[in-house]
Design a protein. Structure first.
Length: 280
């Protein structure tokens, strides 16, 4: 059952299950992401760990207010950790949530057992590669729409929905149009959050020079066919993070936790067993 926490003046909605060391998930897709995907994917971990998945400010069912900066997202996570009395945690960040996981690791290393990254990057320098892959994918693509998405110039929620529908087929190796339509209908689009993230946060996002400061164990996972945060981005992370291990999912795009779910959970469990106490 969903719960609500008042964090930095806003109500954030979260799911909380299991006992032991807490794993806190950070969803991606600012302005369209929510706790739902991570909660569904990682709920099996509640047999040994406490799992918390929340809608970040301006996302899902949580309240929104500017700023939607990385610093504010990190401050919200830290306030939630304190409010729930979690002690040291594992942060599991996917895609844009991986950016925030890295930022949190730099800001609050003393509060971490470990970090799990999924299909993410340490900078925005692969954005050009992503655009090229989209345009050469064979799916109908409008370059102007792509440019507006990447630069945070979405006009409203209807425009956001239409724009995302265009790129949705790029995310998985095996297409399921019925599942895509169902997912599109469930996405809680909030274009203001997206625009802030991609017009203000993304242009200056570059943590490559600071990755050596993150000394906790880090599991870097990626789908080999990811179009938007490509394999090279995860290879760069793994090479620069002092205590990292890289696992590539050969039959996945951007979401190996869904496309190769059983193997993904096995990899995560193995990493946690080696680096994280099951009891808090």
């Amino acid at each position: 059952m969903s719960q609500v926490a008042e964090v930095n003046g806003l109500k954030l909605v979260y799911e909380d299950g299991g006992q032991g060391t807490a794993i806190v998930t950070l969803h991606g897709g600012p302005g369209m992401g929510s706790r739902a995907g991570d909660w569904a994917a990682f709920q099996p971990l509640t047999d040994n760990y406490r799992l918390i998945s929340y809608d970040q400010r301006g996302n899902g069912e949580s309240e929104g207010a500017e700023p939607y900066s990385h610093a504010q997202f990190v401050a919200d996570l830290e306030a939630l950790r304190q409010q729930l009395g979690l002690g040291k945690i594992v942060v599991l960040g996917g895609s844009y949530g991986g950016f925030l996981a890295l930022e949190y690791a730099l800001a609050h290393p003393e509060n971490l057992h470990a970090v799990i990254l999924r299909d993410t990057a340490a900078s925005n320098r692969f954005q050009g590669t992503s655009k090229e892959r989209a345009l050469s994918s064979g799916f109908p693509m409008d370059e102007e729409t792509l440019d507006r998405l990447f630069s945070g110039q979405v006009r409203d929620n209807d425009d956001f929905r239409t724009s995302y529908a265009m790129i949705q087929p790029l995310y998985t190796v095996e297409r399921d149009p019925a599942a895509e339509a169902e997912r599109l209908a469930r996405i809680p689009f909030r274009y203001e959050t997206h625009n802030w993230a991609f017009s203000r946060n993304q242009p200056g996002y570059d943590l490559t020079g600071r990755l050596g400061e993150i000394t906790v164990p880090v599991l870097v996972t990626v789908g080999r066919h990811d179009w938007i945060t490509p394999l090279e981005a995860s290879e760069e992370l793994a090479a620069a993070l002092p205590q990292s291990e890289l696992v590539v999912f050969e039959h996945s795009g951007h979401s190996p936790q869904l496309e190769e779910r059983e193997r993904y959970l096995t990899v995560v469990r193995d990493f946690l067993a080696r680096h994280v106490p099951a009891t808090a």
